[in-house]
Design a protein around this ligand. Sequence first.
Ligand code: ADP
Ligand code: MG
Length: 694
Amino acid sequence: MNEITNLPAIFGIDVFNEAAMKQRLSPEIYCAWKNCVETGSPLQLPVANCIAEAMKDWATEKGATHYTHWFQPMTGITAEKHDSFIAPIGDGKVIMEFSGKELVRGEPDASSFPSGGLRATFEARGYTAWDPTSFAFVKDGSLYIPTCFFSYTGEALDKKTPLLRSIDEVSREALRILRLFGDTQTKRVCASVGSEQEYFLLPKSLYAQREDLRITGRTLFGAPAPKGQELEDHYFGTIRTRVSRYMKDLDEQLWRLGILSKTKHNEVAPCQHEMAPIYTDANSACDDNQLVMEIMKKCAAKHDLVCLLHEKPFAGVNGSGKHNNWSLGTDSGKNLFSPGKTPRQNAQFLVFLAAFVQGVDEYQDFLRCTVASAGNDHRLGANEAPPAILSVFLGDELNAVVESIINGTNYTDPEKSLLRIGVDVLPSIPKDTTDRNRTSPLAFTGNKFEFRMLGSSQSISGPNVALNTIMAEELGKFADELEKADDFDKALQKLVSKAFRDHQRIIFNGNGYSSDWEAEAQRRGLHNLRSTAEAMPAYVSSKNVELVTKHGIFTEAEFRARYEIHLEAYSKIINIEARTCVDIIRKQILPAVLSYCADLCENVTRKTALNITCKAEQALLAELSATTDSLYEKCEKLAADLNAVPAGSEAAANYYHDVILAEMAAARMDADHLEAITAKTYWPYPTYSDLLFY
Ligand code: ADP
Ligand code: MG
């Protein structure tokens, strides 16, 4: 592999970014684009034509022959349809052509993407529209144009559109607060996101031998390996050469695409790794994370590896999540969740903090639903990831501040340098509050919140839409209150202390993995929505519908469509898993065990004829046969119950959770026991120790 000699020179080299635009566009066209991005005004066709021409020239110089409108349908992954640039000019000759119209608008056949009932089948058309706020790039010989995807009647069919709407909305409401604090300069407030991505890498040859991994992305069977992760020798350990070569290749590909891949290390579980980027604006972070997931998979194939993004590929071994670091900042780069240097800035910080705490408490169920999936159900609450209960961790110091605000007492810490606050009833903020409590689902980490409930394979759009919208809602309510106040300081103090007092129950600084917390959370009246089936009805509660429609993030129809799609996806995934489970039992496990039994019987017959004892064979046969009978029965029951799924998406989801998953787990117990007592030569697929300690 080529050594990367000059990283700054390759960084962003395949992106049509600001630098490329400045270089390639005339100053008027560049300014027109910039203006459209800053004000959200539509791009005029002549401008689009010039940009398209420049983009095409740039892309073809990089070897691109095609262009594609790249979009993020509600499947959670990305979609693309490639058209070549060629246009015939007679005499069998072609030129490379790309117009402004082709840049800004596309019309993919949308009938195969989930629409949750938004698009009637007679109107299968969907449209894509360029998002000029995220940059086009060249990858695998195509020019990729990031786009929004919507229906003929204008409903959003994707994950980008609502995210863009929520980004605007939180900016609008946050600006109202900033104005109240005398900030007249800031034009935009930007939601920033850095998402840490966990993943597993396995040798392709072993993966290929496991039908469950190939079809469902996780192992449906597998007795525990003699060694698991108990020695904790993998976390931050030396990286295998093969993996290290992969990571280097991955980094280079990401850097070329302008993705700020920063940190890489081994994770807790064997074969598990993590990549963390430097944060960027929420929209780019979401695009980038989609690319990261895709390139992680493609790059693995080049190295004879397979990248698993499933939330729980192996039972009994830590699963994979995604830490979504989220914050708000001004267009001049000031972080709004940083305690400030002056009393005024501290008061402002407390307003943002109070809005956040209030929002998470009021919309716990909404946030919970944005991370609900069949895969993530295996993680949340399983003592390796946060519980399914939302809570906010502030750390001891900030918590002491909040408590003193609630109690109206003065907070003083003789050890810390205290920042006096002008509003003298509001206490000072300790300068440094960082969190090392890894068990919290949503932790304040100095100047940002780390949302740790996300599944590794999911799009980060949904959780960030929720965070932005909730924040917009609470900041808006605060602004309503403060704008009409006669005495600003007094109103401010009242508002902040009321918010903390009313919503203190969501603040939890203890061990989120402990069972005491579950009981405590229940006493506090917090939601504990354990599974997707249990959680999803809360998604479309009238409170949540009101939130998203009020802020124009979703229409009610768009919102309900997402609910339908999530529930349907949940049921479909479990259905596929269950059918794979039956298939593997019938075609692989039972035949393997039966042939082992046949050979044992043969032994018994022969040994008995010679008058040799065969107690071991007989005992083993008895156990194998009893377990085989039991497994057979469970498998047949599972197969039959798969034909009895009730109608209605909620009823079906509940059935898959309560009946099918439970039956799969029961069958697995038998299968894994058989694996443990069957001779290795008979076993049809690689075991956990083969897979994890290759
Ligand atoms: P650690 O959690 O190990 O202390 P950092 O605090 O530096 O590491 O960052 C963890 C992640 O949070 C990184 O992906 C980083 O880019 C991201 N991050 C840092 N600051 C912000 C911010 N203001 N907004 C969003 N993400 C941020
Ligand atoms: Mg983290």
